[in-house]
Design a protein around this ligand. Structure first.
Ligand SMILES: [Zn+2]
Length: 277
């Protein structure tokens, strides 16, 4: 029996613009439509950022609230995950959407370099974001850009700063951070499984290596992330026409690894989330 894979669609992010690919959804209407198409294609988890009208990133909770409402109306049961990433705001404004109580929020638990700057996640801010997630019953997705982030997440779950079980996303291919390296990827998975046997995980690859991480994650029993946030192309010459097209690419890979896309109910159960309202 093929084992189910939760497919995350990272619809927008804070970096790609219409100039990079006109299919990047920016307005709320575009974001809701793009998420709906991806949902129909087999995605069960939407990872969301919001933008201002001029395409610049924001953490505006009001905008996040309207996006949540639209996705919940059009994609029944889809898991909603809002980003607390540092490109969209600074300090505690990064967590201003947590009280909206989405199913999940992303959470970086350590710092590392990004292409042009330091991705700063100071311990005091990480602890505050984590405490907000506990208070509002929001499950974090730990963004592991480095092995130390895996150890830190486990430590935080052991001392009560994070709820168990953990869900961790291994991110590879960000310039100046972890490269796409198979042996390291296997070590990430083995380390998480050793330290937190009940944890679940997703692999995310940036740019042309999005599909590499999709393959590795399917093979090693993890979950998959795709979407225009991380990659705007199907191949060197071809822009991805939509988020749904990137989801279809993962769905098509599944049988090769004896996997299949999870249903909404399976995805919620696999990640230990409450059933959809
Ligand atoms: Zn993101």
């Amino acid at each position: 029996m093929p084992s189910p894979c939760v497919i995350t669609i990272a619809i927008t992010g804070s970096v790609p613009r219409k100039a990079d690919n006109p299919a990047v959804p920016i307005s709320l209407a575009e974001q809701i439509e793009s998420t709906h198409e991806a949902f129909e294609a087999g995605a069960t988890l939407a990872h969301c950022h919001v933008r201002n009208d001029d395409e610049s990133p924001t953490s505006d909770p009001e905008r996040f609230a309207r996006l949540m409402e639209g996705i919940q109306a059009h994609c029944p049961g889809m898991i909603l995950q809002l980003s607390t990433g540092g490109r969209s705001g600074s300090g505690r404004e990064r967590g201003g959407m947590i009280p909206l109580a989405p199913d999940m929020c992303s959470l970086a638990v350590g710092s590392n370099n990004f292409p042009t700057r330091v991705y700063e996640n100071a311990p005091e801010l990480v602890d505050w974001l984590a405490s907000e997630m506990i208070e509002h019953d929001v499950k974090p997705e730990i963004e592991a850009f480095d092995l130390s982030h895996v150890f830190q997440a486990v430590k935080m779950s052991q001392d009560g700063r994070l709820a168990k079980p953990l869900h961790v996303q291994f991110v590879m291919g960000v310039k100046n951070a972890m490269p796409v390296d198979r042996a390291s990827f296997e070590f990430f998975v083995a380390t998480l499984t050793r330290l937190a046997p009940d944890a679940t995980w997703t692999g995310a690859g940036i740019g042309k290596d999005q599909i590499t991480l999709n393959r590795w994650s399917l093979e090693l029993g993890g979950h998959c992330r795709t979407g225009l946030e991380d990659n705007v192309r199907l191949d060197r010459e071809t822009l991805a026409p939509s988020n749904a097209a990137l989801v279809k690419r993962v769905v098509a890979l599944c049988p090769e690894f004896d996997r299949r896309p999870a249903t909404v109910a399976e995805a919620r159960s696999l990640l230990g989330l409450r059933a959809a309202a």
